[in-house]
Write a protein that binds this ligand. Structure first.
Ligand code: ADP
Length: 188
């Protein structure tokens, strides 16, 4: 039978998964699966810039002129422009190179740094896409485990400031992988 775990509570935070479009979310922030140039691209990145308008790219350019390219595993924050979300948190996940090049730690870092920025900026809610599992080729089952596991560990350790963490998954296969990862966590 297909697992359909879609929600867990971690302290006072509701962590849940939905199938949908990250650009449509009304959380305080949405996370962009960006690349180091912060100049936009395909997938989530293209969709966020298209829907959010030029104000996002303006701020990205300022950030890059100030601090250079964004290293893998790091995160920065900009306006949400025309999006429902007030902020976009841009992070860079690792390109999959077989798993022996630090990919799991870099992916975990992308989630941690994004969550840390959300807490620092006193946000209550944040939506994530499935970072690195599109163009960057990270196997989705493994990425789901890292994504969900990192979020839960962060929420267990950190101050209970976030009320809602959402993973917004685009397709059936990705949704199913995240559902299984949540199921495994609940069974632990
Ligand atoms: P990366 O370059 O980090 O691999 P991608 O943007 O290529 O990032 O893909 C990451 C995941 O986001 C993939 O599962 C892709 O199908 C999904 N995706 C693409 N567009 C959207 C969207 N508008 N909302 C949510 N997820 C999306």
């Amino acid at each position: 039978m297909e697992n359909r775990v879609t929600e867990v509570a971690v302290g006072s935070t509701r962590l849940h998964i939905i199938q949908g479009d990250i650009t449509k979310q009304g959380t305080d922030a949405v996370v962009n699966a960006a690349n180091s140039s912060l100049m936009g691209g395909g997938g989530v990145d293209g969709a966020i810039h298209r829907a959010g308008g030029p104000a996002i790219l303006e701020e990205c350019k300022e950030i890059v002129s100030r601090q250079g390219r964004l290293p893998t595993g790091k995160a920065v924050i900009t306006t949400g422009g025309n999006l429902r979300a007030r902020y976009v948190i841009h992070t860079v996940g690792p390109v999959w190179r077989g798993g022996g090049k630090g990919e799991p730690d870099l992916l975990a870092s992308a989630y941690q740094e994004s969550l840390r920025l959300a807490v620092e900026n006193k946000m209550h809610s944040i939506s994530f896409p499935s970072i690195s599992t599109g163009i960057y080729g990270y196997p989705v089952e493994r990425a789901a485990e890292v994504a969900v596991g990192t979020a839960v560990t962060f929420l267990r350790q950190g101050p209970a400031a976030l009320e809602e963490v959402v993973f917004v998954l685009f397709d059936n296969k990705t949704f199913a992988a995240y559902s299984r990862a949540l199921q495994e966590l609940v069974e632990k």
